[in-house]
Design a protein around this ligand. Structure first.
Ligand code: PGA
Length: 241
């Protein structure tokens, strides 16, 4: 795993944006895998600015988001559908038809997951997957457990994740208990993976990721089995201050 050490959140964001911008220039019709959460907001902000300044072009880019709460309405301001449009897609020149996000309104989640896998496959696969990391080591919403699922699936969120995400909701009880998420295998099929981490609360998960040991107790550690992963972490996430 390549490690890029950064002093702070802004540096981490700039480094990740640089890698994504380089990918867009190398392959203008590339397929990006994208996360939600607080961590990528800085990256999205820089990419929006680069797009406004005509430095990068999204017209041919396809995106697949990692996960979505289930069930949730697209209009709900806490849905990842809303989040991605509000923070990124509404501000860049991407074709909405090329935006793929798991549908939290789907009647049959199983079918929704199967269709999503098909769509990723038919797009030629993900060229560059950007990931955040949960305090408990989750990637997407692949939560720690005895076994990790390979394909896109419906999952029960752990209490740790519900608590961590409750900051966005009025009450903890409002956080949906389930989510649709790309599976570990879906993520591992990406040709290149960039994982970003900022802040002291991530230090333990990042420490385990860097230990090299692979364990389902920290799903991110599976990335040690991928041959093209870059971890971009700030000093706090590396436990250095
Ligand atoms: P965060 O979430 O960026 O809001 O910390 C990361 C994650 O849970 O994957």
């Amino acid at each position: 795993m390549n490690l890029i050490k950064c002093n702070n959140y802004d540096e981490m964001s700039a480094q990740a944006a640089k890698i994504i911008a380089a990918q867009l220039m190398k392959k203008p019709n590339c397929v990006l895998g994208l996360p939600t959460g607080s961590t990528p907001l800085g990256v999205y902000g820089i990419l929006v600015q680069m797009n406004k300044n005509d430095k990068i072009d999204f017209t041919k880019v396809k995106t697949f988001n990692l996960d979505e709460y289930y069930p949730i309405s697209k209009k709900n301001t806490q849905s990842y559908h809303f989040f991605m449009h509000d923070n990124f897609f509404n501000h860049i020149n991407i074709d909405e038809q090329n935006v793929n996000i798991l549908n939290g309104e789907a009647e049959n989640p199983q079918i929704e997951c199967e269709l999503y896998e098909e769509k990723i496959k038919n797009s030629g696969g993900i060229d560059l997957q950007l990931l955040g990391i949960g305090q408990n080591g989750h990637i997407g919403f692949n939560e720690p457990g005895k076994a990790l699922k390979s394909k896109t699936h419906l999952i029960e969120l752990t209490q740790n994740t519900i608590n961590a995400n409750s900051r966005f909701f009025e009450k903890t009880e409002d956080v949906p208990k389930k989510s649709l998420t790309m599976g570990i295998g879906t993520i591992m099929k990406a040709k290149e993976i960039v994982i970003i981490a900022s802040g002291r609360e991530k230090a333990n998960a990042v420490y385990e990721l860097l230990s090299g040991e692979i364990t389902t107790a920290n799903p991110s550690t599976i990335l040690n089995a991928h041959n093209n992963v870059t971890l971009i972490a700030d000093a706090a996430a590396l436990g250095e201050n």
